[in-house]
Design a protein around this ligand. Structure first.
Ligand SMILES: Cc1cc2nc3c(=O)[nH]c(=O)nc-3n(C[C@H](O)[C@H](O)[C@H](O)COP(=O)(O)OP(=O)(O)OC[C@H]3O[C@@H](n4cnc5c(N)ncnc54)[C@H](O)[C@@H]3O)c2cc1C
Length: 720
């Protein structure tokens, strides 16, 4: 086995693959008894399982973006893990490219990943628009700008969205994993080695069996032309193995939703000439092209490098993926471009099917088998929710696994992962389907209703037509489609033709009213909120009223900061007081460390809140929960005034005094949170609010805080 320690070797290793904690706390062990209960207090973690086979606390199946991000998060939190990947190389096919606000916030805490993405992504002016046209050089039917001034002013978030290809993101993630001590191994490289912190390429998960100590995971791999099998033992198995997840099938979890919404061929190609032309003439991220010869959506991954992906709908079984040879795809590209490009280089052609489904369960086998990412949900890519939701699943899960393994939380905390994340996936599925339908409103307005295309396809597939020879079916389908596309000819689609003029005005209305495909959903991207899970309502209160938890329709609501339990902590710029070296403003989100499990209690510098904070520190100590206190002082508080915190919180040292920074909004922190300055907010290690209260309203601080930590961590400790 090679360990890839140096940057030089790392780059070579990554290039090869791309082309063809020390524990901070002593981790608790859990084992399952035959009754199915899991006891976290029995020691385990990185030992040896049955028959002296190495036993990993966490084994991750699938080295896509979600599995790799999860392995970084777990490693940072002191959990040993490794990743199994069935492919022998990482895919270079750029699928995801839109990274939303919340994911970028998470990436800020992964050793500067967000900042590195920002330094490498194309300038925003090159990708802020979606362009609708009859060819890349022909008339523009409409153009929609998806960035607003507030996307740049850092008022609601310390970072903006990004446009960066999935495989480039994977490379940056792999570099971080290498720094954390991970190595990428081929099957022949792992013989007799320690299995922690490995990305085991060429290993396909084929079986999962419960054992007394956890799980036995069977894999198959190719060795010298022969399939061999290898077993792994682990306490927790995370299935991040994508939309066709084997893990999900092995543990018998079904998907619920709509299947086969559309079949597409994804063509990855390079053309410097096209990149330069678009960069200067009509820069954009997505180009929706409709003409009598072809229809397709072009994703401009990088105009400067001339890197594109073309999505072409196809109708099976009449059309087969083999029909889309390199030559055919090149011809389709030329039809959409509108002139003879000479430097088109098709790199890869991949079919994929659009579904809108969510797994019925995220957790099974006694909290030991957990699904994340596309294994748990598959959405239409409209709105770019797939990878973003998956990465946010991983972030929700990592601190819970770590808290459980270290004995801070009971194993039941794993169930809160499903309670919190599954409703978000269901919501994002609905949103993606609505957004996909909105995208379809454009061809429909042009007289090319995709619903009609689907009906035609259904008729051709029907028993009546299926007796026709396949070649005739294909001929009929293509004939009908080309008649449909004739609607797009310049003869019809122009202002002087009454039909064309009506269609163009309908199209304009769709764009003006924001009814076409949207890219950003601030209310969902930042404002998604857990309604139940590892959260505590104020005594005698419900966290959410029924009305608030009902599903809303797609609209472009702005994000409104909220400090209810389940919401992400609102962002506000603050300055540290009493730290002469750290005068630069930073975000309230930076108060929470990505590198350790630590809860955060935010208070104002008032007597009742200090009293509650003192009680919190004592209860946290009893529960063995790391806790930091942050005292937010009003704007303009001088360093001299803040000595009180030290006296009030003695002997607790883990606290920070900050003041609100001068910002364009005139709101104070407590106004932003829609609370009074008696407010107290307890924040979880994943930036979500666990509990909040008004300090003056608590009768017995200790009793209340014990109730809070018990509920939050799934314990029944120290109850009176
Ligand atoms: C055209 C397109 C555009 C998209 N654009 C966006 C976007 O802009 N933003 C966004 O957020 N999302 C987007 N998505 C969705 C995004 O690509 C996926 O959500 C994302 O790849 C999911 O990541 P994952 O790690 O869960 O799964 P995957 O990326 O599918 O990775 C799963 C991994 O598991 C491996 N595997 C599978 N089975 C096994 C097994 N049995 N044993 C071991 N390994 C196994 C696979 O080889 C693979 O490497 C887009 C998708 C498409 C198709």
């Amino acid at each position: 086995m090679r360990s890839v320690a140096t940057g030089l070797i790392l780059s070579r290793k990554l290039a090869d693959f791309c082309h063809a904690c020390s524990r901070r706390r002593v981790l608790g062990r859990f084992s399952s008894s035959s009754s199915g209960t899991v006891d976290p207090r029995k020691s385990y973690g990185g030992g040896r399982g049955e028959k002296e086979v190495p036993h990993l606390p966490v084994l991750i199946v699938g080295a896509g973006p979600v599995g790799l991000i999860l392995s970084i998060l777990l490693t940072k939190l002191g959990v040993k893990c490794s990743v199994l990947e069935k492919s022998v190389v990482f895919s270079r096919h750029p699928q995801a490219h839109f990274i939303n606000n919340r994911t970028m916030e998470l990436f800020r805490k992964l050793d500067g990943l967000a900042e590195e993405i920002q330094s490498l992504e194309p300038p925003v002016d090159l990708w802020r628009r979606f362009i609708y046209c009859t060819s890349l050089s022909g008339p523009v039917l409409g153009s929609v700008d998806h960035m607003k001034p507030q996307d740049f002013d850092k008022i609601v978030s310390p970072i903006s969205v990004a446009h960066f290809s999935q495989y480039k993101l994977m490379n940056l993630v792999l570099q971080r994993l290498e720094k954390l001590g991970f190595s990428v191994c081929s099957p022949s490289e792992i013989e007799g080695s320690i299995w922690d912190r490995k990305i085991l390429m060429g290993h396909e998960c084929i079986s999962i069996h419960p054992t007394n100590e956890g799980l036995k995971v069977g894999t198959s791999y190719l060795k010298e032309g022969k399939m061999e099998e290898r077993e792994f033992h682990c306490s927790i198995l995370v299935g991040s193995d994508g939309a066709r997840s084997t893990v999900r099938k092995l543990v018998d979890i079904d998907m619920k939703g709509e299947r086969n919404l559309q079949r597409l061929v994804s063509v990855h190609f390079l053309s410097k000439d096209l990149g330069q032309y678009l960069l200067h003439e009509r820069p954009g991220m997505l180009f929706f092209i409709f003409n009598p010869d072809a229809i397709g959506v072009l994703v401009a991954h990088d105009l400067d490098q001339g890197e594109f992906v073309l999505q072409i709908p196809y109708y099976s079984p009449q059309q087969k993926i083999e029909d889309f040879s390199f030559k055919v795809c090149e011809q389709i590209i030329l039809k959409l471009v509108g002139w003879k490009l000479v430097d088109v280089q098709v790199l890869d052609i991949k079919p994929w099917v659009m579904h809108a489904e969510v797994a019925e369960k995220y957790v099974s086998h006694n909290n030991r088998v957990i699904l994340v990412g596309d294994a748990a949900h598959r959405f239409p890519p409209a709105g770019g929710f797939g990878m973003n939701t998956g990465i946010q699943d991983a972030h929700n899960l990592a601190w819970k696994i770590s808290s459980m393994l270290s004995g801070i939380a009971s194993p039941s905390i794993i169930r809160t992962y499903e309670m919190e994340r599954r409703p978000i996936a269901i919501y994002n599925t609905l949103l993606s389907v609505e957004n996909f339908r909105a995208a379809m409103s454009v061809p429909a307005a042009l007289g090319l209703d995709p619903a009609i295309a689907n009906s035609v396809h259904r008729v051709i597939n029907s028993s009546l037509c299926s007796i026709l020879p396949p070649s005739l079916q294909k001929f009929a389908l293509e004939g009908i489609f080309s008649i449909g596309r004739a609607q797009l000819s310049e003869l019809i689609l122009n202002e002087n033709n009454p039909v064309g003029s009506l269609r163009l005005s309908r199209l304009k209305k769709i764009f003006d009213e924001g009814k076409s495909l949207q890219l950003q959903f601030p209310a969902e991207d930042l404002g998604f909120c857990y309604k139940e899970g590892a959260l505590v309502a104020e005594c005698g209160e419900k966290i959410w009223e029924t009305e608030a938890s009902s599903v809303r329709k797609r609209d472009l609501r702005p994000y409104i900061p909220c400090a209810k339990p389940g919401c992400r902590l609102p962002h506000m710029l603050i300055n540290a007081l009493k730290e002469s070296s750290a005068k630069a403003s930073f975000s309230t989100l930076d108060l929470i460390s990505g590198d350790k499990i630590e809860f955060l209690l935010i208070i104002a510098p008032i007597k009742e809140s200090y009293r509650l904070a003192r009680a919190s520190t004592m209860v946290a100590k009893e529960f063995d929960v790391p806790l930091k206190v942050c005292i937010i002082w009003p704007k303009g508080s001088s360093d001299k005034n803040v000595n009180s915190s030290e006296k009030e919180l003695e002997p607790w040292k883990n606290f920070i005094d900050v003041e609100e920074a001068i910002t364009p909004t005139s709101k104070s922190w407590w106004e932003l949170c829609q609370m009074s300055s008696n407010g107290v907010i307890l924040v979880r290690p994943d930036d979500h609010i666990a509990w909040r209260t008004e300090s003056s309203s608590i009768a017995d601080d200790f009793l209340e805080l014990k109730r809070v930590f018990n509920l939050l961590l799934g314990h029944d400790k120290f109850l009176l």
